[in-house]
Design a protein around this ligand. Structure first.
Ligand code: SF4
Length: 336
């Protein structure tokens, strides 16, 4: 079994809402509210969910780009939340991030050479005399040519810019890369190229990915395991095959029912949820999904379901629902 590289325990990110005459904290947005999971070395774990479910906030909190409100984040056995800002900066080279919009995350006034050189300089990973060779090697690794080295970000296409973003992340030899909607802004054919590149690099460099995306088609392609989030909480975790062939949570089922099916003979009913996602400022009591769940009961309104796996479910497939077995066996029928 590969070693546990990242262990997130009860992670919370509550953003204060200021108001009133004195600008006091009057409430909190509970963007992430008690999230726990682990990622092993060389694994790709994806987080999926609708916009506002807390998936990107989870990624930012792990890297301490926003300071988490509570919980524990252990990376390679080290407790990141106990680090000073300086220690965190020193360790950040092991954990890189690739954002959705490479244009916004690359300095428009710097050439690719300068961008990659700066990353290595800050993290002191490659001696100055070897940097040029390393930059050329990185360009080749991500499928860009040496002749593009002195170009500015605006001179590249969207897919090429994302390759520059990947080269910058790789320049400091990271162990973990958080890909935050990294291919969402790209055309489908370019998406496939970038995903294939990420997979190739993972095989060659034994990289570990936390892949954050709202696109289940992409997640199905790249993941080993999948985490489904709803309103700041994890509702289901499973290996990819188990999640896509046998989803347990009513929310996961509704998400998967929206993926277009290429098999004309396959029978799958689209599950349309009623209502909108509630506000994370005042999330529903009990199961946060109860306001939209077709199976909700009184118990769902009062009792918070914990992540667990039923006897018949595959080991490692965990779902936060009081009635997994009843729904699965047909004992419970949707009421709305
Ligand atoms: Fe639906 Fe209740 Fe299960 Fe939540 S706990 S998913 S409301 S049945």
């Amino acid at each position: 079994m590969p070693k546990e590289l990242l262990k997130v325990t009860n992670l919370k990110q509550h953003f204060p809402i200021k108001g009133g005459f004195l600008g006091r904290t009057i409430n909190h947005v509970k963007a992430v509210d008690g999230v726990s999971f682990t990622i092993h070395e060389g694994e790709t774990v994806s987080i999926v969910g609708e916009s506002g479910c807390g998936k990107s906030t989870t990624g930012r909190a792990i890297l301490r780009l926003d300071e988490p409100t509570g919980g524990e984040v252990k990376f390679d056995g080290k407790n990141l939340l106990s680090f000073s800002k300086r220690e965190m900066r020193q360790n950040r080279k092991d954990m890189q991030v690739i954002f959705q919009d490479p244009y916004a995350s690359l300095n428009p006034r710097q050439t690719v050479r300068q961008i990659l050189n700066e990353a290595m300089e800050i993290q002191k990973v490659v001696p100055k005399k070897d940097r040029n060779d390393r930059i050329l090697e990185l360009m080749e690794t991500v499928g860009l040519g040496a002749h593009q080295i002195d170009r500015f970000p605006h001179e590249f296409s969207g897919g090429q810019r994302q390759r520059v973003g990947i080269a910058r992340a790789l320049s400091v030899n990271p162990q973990l890369i958080i890909c935050d909607e990294a291919v969402s802004a790209l055309d489908v054919s370019i998406q496939a190229q970038v995903i294939n590149l990420l997979k190739k690099l993972q095989r060659e460099l034994n990289l570990t990915y936390l892949f954050i995306s709202h696109d289940l088609g992409v997640v199905r392609h790249i993941s080993d395991r999948v985490i489904v989030m709803y309103l700041g909480k994890i509702v289901e975790i499973a290996d990819k095959k188990s999640l896509f062939t046998n989803p347990q949570h009513p929310y996961t089922k509704s998400l998967l029912s929206a993926i277009p099916n290429t098999d004309p003979d396959a029978k799958r009913e689209r599950i349309i949820l009623s209502g909108d996602v509630p506000s994370p400022i005042d999330p529903p009591t009990g199961c946060r999904f109860h306001t939209r769940c077709p199976f909700a009961t009184e118990k769902c309104v009062t009792d918070v379901p914990e992540l667990r796996n039923e006897d018949y479910m595959k080991e490692g497939h965990q779902t936060a629902c009081h009635y997994i077995e009843e729904i699965e066996s047909g004992l419970m029928q949707p009421t709305r």
